[in-house]
Structure formats: structure tokens, C-alpha cells
Design a protein around this ligand. Structure first.
Ligand code: ADP
Length: 291
């Protein structure tokens, strides 16, 4: 859980040591205490005491290795560092309630100093089994030793980059605001997730809007890969917004057509079950996608 109180009670020395643990993590999964002391520029004894305090706050965890004693950064510590960065940049001033718990993320309502609200998405890979994800996500392949913090950071960077490009090209996605470590800050969309929508005025219109969106993405070279009622928000005016795209693939991917058809099928199935709506019209990869 995000504990904001911990943000207030940190001395500059503690922050220095926490930052040293993060820096040491670039080359060590378990950062040796001596290295932490060296990076922080503090005496060994002093560092031990501060590390103990950070461990009590669950920002780092002590790990005993066969070779040496050391510490690793926890999700709590990583959250702290990201929030500190957002606060320094003026992107986040206060944290509100949690609005979403995904399989692999926590989503919070936050605000800046002008009380303008936005959404903070914290990626938390490692919650579900590694093998299940590994099969799905390209950036996880070929990595023997998995560092969840590192991969959560990659997921956040990737999400931010896609969101930026899609937003700039006029796709209906939240406007990305900022990114640090495993966190993405984005525009708050005032809408309901499609999975919670029981009834729509004009299912045919929404159906064709979503099909058009799939085709527009493909014309831009992309297949969502997970296009479903969980990743689509529906605004009051009936416009859909795509919020999550963790496994986008290129239309030149060898299985592109399969992914494309699966996205289409997800929407068709949902519309049939939820709205009792069926159409003979749906996009075909070979006809409707200009490659
Ligand atoms: P996950 O992939 O972990 O499920 P999502 O990105 O789908 O995470 O977000 C989880 C939930 O948080 C969504 O179902 C939605 O209710 C809410 N949410 C996420 N992003 C936004 C946003 N920009 N505006 C409003 N609500 C959002």
C-alpha cells in the first residue's frame, strides 16, 4: 500500500541512503552494505543505522547472501522515490483514493498544487506468476534473473511512450503527464469502464466506433492485442477511451492477423453477451488494413 505519511518523516540522510540503494541496484540485485556506504558517502556505522530505519519503514529489505550482507529496494522504497520525483517536478502534490487494482498495477487519484486531478498508475509486475507473463510480453523474454522493479519500470516507460505517440496522433487515450520509474501519471478520464456498463443508447454506433478504432490502429501499424471491456472506458457522451495497452504488437508481426482477429472477436463476444447485439459487419485483416 502507498503510505504517504512516510513521505513526510524522512531525513535528508535517509533519502541519501535510499537513493544510494537505488543506484547500487543498477548493478546488484542485492546491494552490499559497503557499496551503499560508499555511494552515500557516509561512514559504515552511520549507514547501518539509517538502513535499519529504512528497513523498519519497509523502504528497503535486508537480504543475507552467502557472500555478503546487503539490501534491496522494495516496492515501498521505489514508490517513495517516484513520488518524491513527481513532487519535486510539481506533477503531484497530494494523493487521493485508490481507484483501481489491476492484476499488475495500482491506480490512484492524485492532484497537483492547483488541485487539478490526474491518475497515477503504479506498475507492479511480479504479482502473477512469471511464466504466465513471460509467454505474453516480449520485454520479459531472454531475461534469466528477473528484477520485478526493473521490469515494472520498463512497463511504465513503454506505456508512457505509447500513450504519448497515440495521444499526439489523435487516438482516444488519456493524455500522458509524467513518468518516473514504475509510475505513469496521466489525465483523469471521467468515464466508466466498459465492463461496468449495463446498457448503451446505441450499441451499433459504439460497436462500429470500436471496430474503426481497431482498424485505425492497424493503419498506423499497431494491433492492441488485448482489446476488451477491461481496457476501454466509456464517456458520458458515448465516446470510448483506451486506457491500457500492455501488449501492443506490430502489424508486421508473424501472428498479426491472429491478434487482430482476437481483438475483433473479444468485442463481438462482449456485445453479443452484454447488449444482445450482433452484426455481420466486422473488419478483415487482409481487406481493411493497408499494409
Ligand atoms: P490494469 O492493467 O492493472 O488493470 P488499468 O490501466 O486497466 O490497470 O487501470 C485499472 C482501472 O483504473 C481501470 O479499470 C479504470 O477503472 C481505472 N483507470 C485507469 N486509468 C484511468 C484514467 N486515465 N482515468 C480514469 N480511470 C482510470
Amino acid at each position: 500500500k502507498l503510505d504517504v505519511r512516510v513521505l513526510r518523516y524522512m531525513s535528508s540522510e535517509e533519502f541519501r541512503v535510499l537513493t544510494a540503494v537505488e543506484m547500487g541496484s543498477k548493478n546488484h540485485v542485492i546491494v552490499p552494505t559497503s557499496l551503499i556506504a560508499q555511494i552515500a558517502g557516509l561512514r559504515h556505522g552511520g549507514v547501518n543505522k539509517i538502513l535499519g530505519e529504512l528497513a523498519k519503514k519497509k523502504l528497503v529489505a535486508k537480504v543475507k547472501n552467502s557472500m555478503y550482507d546487503g539490501y534491496r529496494l522494495t516496492y515501498g522504497g521505489y514508490d517513495y522515490l517516484a513520488l518524491k520525483t513527481f513532487s519535486r517536478r510539481g506533477s503531484i502534490y497530494s494523493i487521493g483514493k485508490q481507484i483501481g487494482v489491476g492484476k499488475e498495477s495500482d491506480v490512484y487519484l492524485v492532484a497537483d498544487e492547483e488541485e487539478i486531478q490526474s491518475v497515477l498508475k503504479i506498475h507492479r509486475l511480479g504479482r502473477v506468476s512469471f511464466r504466465a507473463i513471460k509467454a505474453q510480453r516480449d520485454y520479459l523474454q531472454n531475461r534469466k534473473t528477473a528484477s520485478w522493479l526493473y521490469m515494472s519500470r520498463l512497463a511504465a516507460m513503454k506505456e508512457y511512450a505509447f500513450m504519448k505517440i497515440l495521444h499526439e496522433h489523435g487516438f482516444p487515450v488519456p493524455k500522458p503527464i509524467d513518468q518516473s520509474r514504475h509510475c505513469v501519471l496521466m489525465e483523469l478520464i471521467d468515464a466508466f469502464p466498459l465492463r461496468e456498463v449495463i446498457e448503451v443508447k446505441n450499441p451499433g454506433k459504439l460497436y462500429s466506433d470500436l471496430m474503426d478504432l481497431i482498424v485505425r490502429l492497424a493503419s498506423y501499424g499497431l494491433i492492441h492485442g488485448d482489446f476488451n471491456e477491461f481496457n476501454i472506458l466509456l464517456k458520458e457522451d458515448g465516446e470510448p477511451v483506451l486506457i491500457d495497452f500492455p501488449q501492443m504488437v506490430s502489424i508486421s508481426h508473424p501472428n498479426a492477423e491472429w491478434y487482430f482477429n482476437r481483438d475483433i472477436e473479444c468485442i463481438r463476444t462482449f456485445f453479443r453477451k452484454r447488449f444482445g447485439y450482433e452484426s455481420v459487419l466486422y473488419p478483415k485483416f487482409n481487406l481493411d488494413v493497408n499494409r
